[in-house]
Every structure is written in structure tokens, then in C-alpha cells.
Design a protein around this ligand. Structure first.
Ligand code: DC
Length: 223
């Protein structure tokens, strides 16, 4: 007898589109597992810095990704036994993660770790290539968009709340650069899956976005 696979909702989009918040809300509402795939790339960037590996060195980054010693303990993230939950949330690590993520070897090395999150009763996964590459058979695929200004503003507020103070103009520029890199890379670029539901979050509240995702799930169940 073949085992039934847990259902998956993928939530892709650029940084600051609200992916993380929406993913948490949906996972909580449904009582499902969640995957913040960006964390894996952020831990890799942290590990590269710690071990003196250059972000241009594909071979060394790939080996590092294959052997990455990560532990997820409820909301905490541990690398080589050290808690790094907040340390990986900086813009510097985000940019380094984006640079390391362009390499095919790195992406392949992280694939099985991401797929291991697909467990009953279901998974809500957020990232850049969840619907296109990691979970192409997902029941529901969402692609969130928002204007660069709104995204920079959200990110700015998010960082401020964590006590990380940044310059809004510099942040906007960094976001643009990161988007360009994530969209233009040859493997698994940031783009909506052909069967994704596109949601522009600019005029919507978090609750309204959640509502739309839930509607997409209801629709998928009926098909
Ligand atoms: O979502 P985030 O800001 O934590 O992601 C950091 C970087 O990691 C992002 O700029 C590109 C990379 N990333 C990726 O290539 N694929 C994913 N599924 C998630 C993140």
C-alpha cells in the first residue's frame, strides 16, 4: 500500500512580501507544520562566515551545505550546538544567503532537508522556489507580491522591532539588489509557478491575505 503524502501549501515571494507572517498564520490556523526555507540558506551563510569560506567558492559551499549541522528546536535554530536564531536575521546574512543560493550544488544539497518537512497533517512552506522546484505537486501554490517601497518599509519596521537599526534608503537599495540576484539566477529563480495564485499584498491586511490563502485551499479541496 502506498503511503499518502501530507498536503502542502507553498508561499513564495520576494523579501518583505509578508511570506513569513502569512506562513505562520496559516500553519497555526490549520495545525500544520511549517518550513521557512530561507533559514537554511541563512544558516549556510552564517556557517561560511564562521568557517572562513568565500561566498564565491561553489565547491566548498556545496560541501558545507551537505554537512550542515542544523537543529530546529521549536522556534529556535541551532548551528553546531550554538543558538543562532537572531544572529541569522540581519540584512548582511540575508544578502550573503542570497549570494550562496545561486549555486546549483548548494540548492541540490538542501533539497532533501526541505522535503523532510513534508509530514502529516500538512506543511506550509515559504521561500522562493517552493512551488516551482521543492514541492511542485503542492495542493496550493501562492505567490505574494508587494511594491518595493512597501516591502522596504515592512522590513525596516520588522528590523526596528528587533532592535536592529538600519537606513531605509540603503535597505531599499539592498532589497532591489537581492531581488535582482534571486530573480536572475540560472537555477530555481524567484518566480511564480504556472499554477500559482498571485496575491498583491500592498492593499491587504494580514487577515485578508490569510483569508485568500484559505479560500484557495478550500477551492483546491473541491477539485
Ligand atoms: O527568505 P529569506 O530572506 O530568509 O531568504 C534569504 C535568501 O535565501 C534569499 O535572498 C535567497 C535565498 N533563498 C532561496 O534561494 N530559496 C529559498 N527557497 C529561500 C531563500
Amino acid at each position: 500500500m502506498t503511503k499518502r503524502k501530507a498536503p502542502v501549501i507553498t508561499i513564495d515571494g520576494a523579501s518583505g512580501t509578508g511570506k513569513g507572517t502569512i506562513t505562520h498564520c496559516i500553519a497555526k490556523k490549520l495545525g500544520w507544520n511549517f518550513l521557512d526555507s530561507g533559514v537554511l540558506y541563512r544558516v549556510l551563510a552564517f556557517a561560511a562566515e564562521k568557517h572562513g569560506i568565500l561566498l564565491e567558492d561553489e565547491a566548498a559551499l556545496t560541501t558545507l551545505a551537505e554537512q550542515l549541522d542544523i537543529l530546529f528546536s521549536s522556534e529556535a535554530i541551532l548551528f553546531e550546538g550554538q543558538e543562532i536564531t537572531d544572529l541569522i536575521r540581519t540584512e548582511k546574512i540575508g544578502n550573503s544567503a542570497s549570494k550562496a543560493s545561486v549555486f546549483p550544488g548548494v540548492r541540490t544539497a538542501l533539497l532533501s532537508r526541505q522535503r523532510a518537512f513534508q509530514k502529516m497533517p500538512g506543511l506550509v512552506a515559504d521561500g522562493r522556489d517552493m512551488g516551482t522546484v521543492v514541492f511542485p505537486d503542492a495542493e496550493v501554490k501562492i505567490f505574494l507580491t508587494a511594491s518595493p517601497e512597501e516591502r522596504a518599509r515592512r522590513r525596516y519596521n520588522q528590523l526596528n522591532m528587533k532592535g536592529i537599526h538600519v537606513n531605509l534608503a540603503a535597505l531599499t537599495e539592498e532589497l532591489r539588489e537581492r531581488d535582482r540576484r534571486d530573480q536572475e539566477r540560472a537555477v530555481a529563480p524567484l518566480k511564480p509557478a504556472l499554477d500559482a495564485v498571485l496575491i498583491n499584498t500592498d492593499p491587504l491586511t494580514i487577515e485578508e491575505v490569510v483569508e485568500r490563502v484559505m479560500r484557495a485551499l478550500e477551492k483546491a479541496k473541491k477539485q
